[in-house]
Ligand binder design. Structure first.
Ligand SMILES: [Zn+2]
Length: 353
């Protein structure tokens, strides 16, 4: 069935069922595997299990989730399927590219008025999703399969500096309250202090800096940065939060500009099912002995929403050069095949279990 937000979900009449899939579209100007790989694996598994008499009673329901990449909303399809999307959310959503209302886009696609499918957890043994790694960890370590242990939590903040806007020619350096300069100093300090408290795979990014009014002949009176960090452990995220709050406090006390921090969002790290990790590891060892590793996912995936209702597992295949969200995104043919075989074997281990 294709539902009211464009999710496509297959149905199986088998008695034990596993939901297997990924997402439909990628970013604009992006590659051919992000989302599509896991979706096609789901279809392939569904067909293979349906055809194989040895798999009688075991069914795969292939699924693909709409708009994982936030063209209209974040995780539109999987949020809808897991009951986190209201009709008002759909009413208010617009394309971030051209402003088209989501309602209009759904109507154009022929989905208006269709029912939105809702998860029935009792229908499934669990959820499996395969995806390209989108980083270079597997390639750099010479490995071919990644078994996802958890999906990182993403915490985001707005840090604001209040200075005094003034003439860039006549205001003596000694009396300036330059909000832009204060911001750059803090950004530098983050890069110096964070490595003392981060884990091996923690990442942090200052993704946007705004200076006001933003002119060459004006000392900035106000400056703002968006800071984001990601880690798979909540305790680590909390430590990073305490650290940035301390740093902002210090910057505010020492001046000359006021400095404040505000939380924008905090998503929780999501742990994948231990049993599913075990099954994926056994399957990986069957098809690629010694060429797999357990690793966290630094990117968000639909699996983090499905994992709220079902035991969930994820498998990564390498991305050539670690490139993704770019048209050059690719994976070796033999790794694409290996990933599908491994996912099928894992699905069988789980459905037999
Ligand atoms: Zn993706």
């Amino acid at each position: 069935v294709t539902d009211g937000v464009g999710n496509v979900i297959g149905r199986s009449s088998a008695s034990r069922r596993l939901l297997v899939g990924s997402h439909l579209e990628s970013q604009n100007h992006a590659g051919w595997l992000d989302g599509a790989l896991g979706t096609i694996y789901g279809l392939e598994l569904a067909r293979a299990f349906a055809e194989d008499p040895a798999c009688a009673g075991m069914g795969i329901e292939a699924a693909t989730w709409a708009d994982e990449e936030s063209h209209f909303l974040t995780y539109t399809g999987s949020k809808s399927f897991t009951g986190l999307l209201g009709e008002a959310d759909i009413d208010n959503a617009r394309s971030r590219t051209d402003g088209t209302p989501l309602r209009e886009a759904l109507e154009k696609a022929g989905y208006a008025g269709r029912k939105r499918e809702l998860i029935e957890p009792s229908r499934y043994v669990g959820y499996l999703e395969a995806h390209i790694e989108q980083g270079d960890y597997l390639e750099a370590t010479g490995l071919r399969l990644g078994i996802v242990t958890s999906i990182v939590g993403i915490w985001q903040y707005r840090i604001t500096f209040a200075g005094v806007q003034n003439h860039a020619g006549t205001t003596r350096m000694a009396i300036r309250k330059d909000a832009g300069l204060a911001l750059v100093k803090l950004a530098n300090e983050i890069d110096r202090r964070f490595p003392e408290v981060t884990g091996e795979r923690t990442v942090w990014t200052v993704g946007r800096i705004t200076l006001e009014p933003g002119a060459p002949s004006i000392v900035p009176g106000r400056a703002e940065m968006l800071l984001q960090f990601r880690d798979a452990e909540r305790s680590r995220l909390e430590l990073l939060e305490r650290t940035i709050q301390e740093m902002v406090g210090e910057a505010d006390r020492t001046g000359p500009c006021g400095c404040t921090i505000e939380t924008i969002s905090r998503s929780e790290p999501v742990v994948m099912s231990a049993g599913f990790q075990e099954a994926l590891e056994r399957a990986a060892e069957t098809h690629a002995p010694g060429q797999h590793i357990r690793m966290p996912s630094g990117a968000g995936h639909d699996a983090q929403l499905l994992a709220r209702h079902l035991p969930a597992g994820m498998l990564f295949v390498p991305s050539i050069g670690g490139i993704s969200h770019h048209w050059a995104e690719d994976t070796k043919d033999e790794d694409i095949v290996l990933g599908c075989q491994t996912l099928a074997t894992a699905a069988r281990i789980i459905l037999e279990g």
